[in-house]
Design a protein around this ligand. Structure first.
Ligand code: HEM
Length: 304
């Protein structure tokens, strides 16, 4: 059977995004089943209604709900890891479902969110809804460009989509979501060099530091991992800032053919390397959520 992947997984960065987390009402599983089966067609219809809005969506399911819908599980689907470092603790806050909607027009994103939420009806309750926006030239609110080293072109698919290694779940993707709240007051007190050292990149011109100048605590050092064959281990990030006058931060979002890579990166940030050198970016932000999902193929959804 040929399967198609959900379009929001590999589509290019957008200027508007909604991250919506939901819990399932366990007495309404059959309503949920038919709503999920209808989502690919509903999304397609809205994409046709807004042809210029680059409207995309991903629906993901966590390990908490998966077994209620299918006898078989994607190979690596598991709860978000609990990671205890010397300075930081990351706690899982898994929920049942996620909708990741993005476009170049907030009215289109809203319309799709409303349509899908209405279709899910009484089978779900809303946990959290976060509206994100493109800040300047794709910068995080710390002022640094985010997403530069993302895989490009066809590589986005090989990095993000499950292949023949798990044939029943081919073209699905493991989706990790974390809501980070920044301490911008603390961040803005740091001088430019300190801030640049934290990322291992320059701020204004967005250049990577030469390897010899990168601190072991730099965010890009802690997240650049190699496998046993010396190959880079990669994920596809779709993180975007959110902000109100009272709270500012980043919705970190990544897709990968295996969650193992994300988990290793997060461990490398929080627990550090073999000498305990951790990611100094974490001194300026804290994760309020950590969630793991699997975004199945459209065919899996339609077969429910
Ligand atoms: C790189 C921001 C959390 C994985 C970067 C870069 C920025 C950034 C500005 C450099 C430019 C680029 O995108 O290549 C942030 C912020 C975070 C955050 C503000 C949270 C507040 C995370 C987490 C992970 C992660 C939780 C994974 C567990 C990566 C990876 C790179 C990267 C893989 C590319 C490294 C490279 O190859 O140079 N991030 N990030 N980030 N980040 Fe993050």
């Amino acid at each position: 059977m040929t399967t198609t992947y959900q379009s929001g997984i590999v589509a290019e960065a957008s200027s508007d995004a909604l991250f919506i987390t939901l819990n399932v009402n366990r007495s309404e599983i059959s309503t949920l089943r038919s709503a999920l089966a209808a989502t690919p067609k509903l999304i397609e219809a809205l994409q046709q209604q807004f042809p210029d809005a680059e409207l995309h969506a991903v629906l993901g399911l966590s390990s908490l709900i998966w077994d209620e819908l299918d006898k078989q599980r994607p190979q690596y689907l598991a709860p978000f890891p609990h990671i205890l470092g010397k300075e930081t603790e990351i706690k899982p806050t898994d929920v049942d479902l996620v909708l990741h909607i993005r476009s170049s027009r907030h009215d289109a994103s809203y319309q799709l969110a409303h349509t899908l939420f209405a279709a899910l009806g009484k089978s779900v309750t809303l946990v959290e809804e976060v509206r994100c926006f493109k800040y300047l030239d794709n910068r995080d609110l710390t002022g640094f460009v985010d997403g530069t080293e993302n895989p490009a072109g066809e590589k986005r698919k090989t990095v993000a989509l499950v292949g023949d290694e798990d044939p029943d779940f081919k073209n699905g993707s493991y989706f990790n979501l974390m809501r980070f709240v920044h301490d911008l007051e603390k961040w803005q007190k740091e001088d430019l060099k300190t801030q640049e050292d934290v990322f291992g990149r320059t701020k204004h011109s967005n250049q990577e530091y030469p390897a010899a100048e990168k601190s072991v605590h730099a965010h890009t050092k802690r997240t650049s991992l190699k496998d046993e064959n010396g190959q880079s281990m990669e994920i596809l990030r779709h993180s975007m800032p959110f902000a109100s006058l009272s709270e500012k931060g980043l919705m970190f979002a990544s897709y990968s053919k295996t969650p193992v890579i994300f988990n290793l990166m997060l461990e490398s940030m929080i627990k550090g390397d073999e000498h305990g050198n951790t990611d100094h970016l974490m001194k300026y932000t804290r994760a309020t959520t950590g969630q793991a999902f699997f975004a199945p193929s459209n065919q899996w959804l339609m077969s429910l």
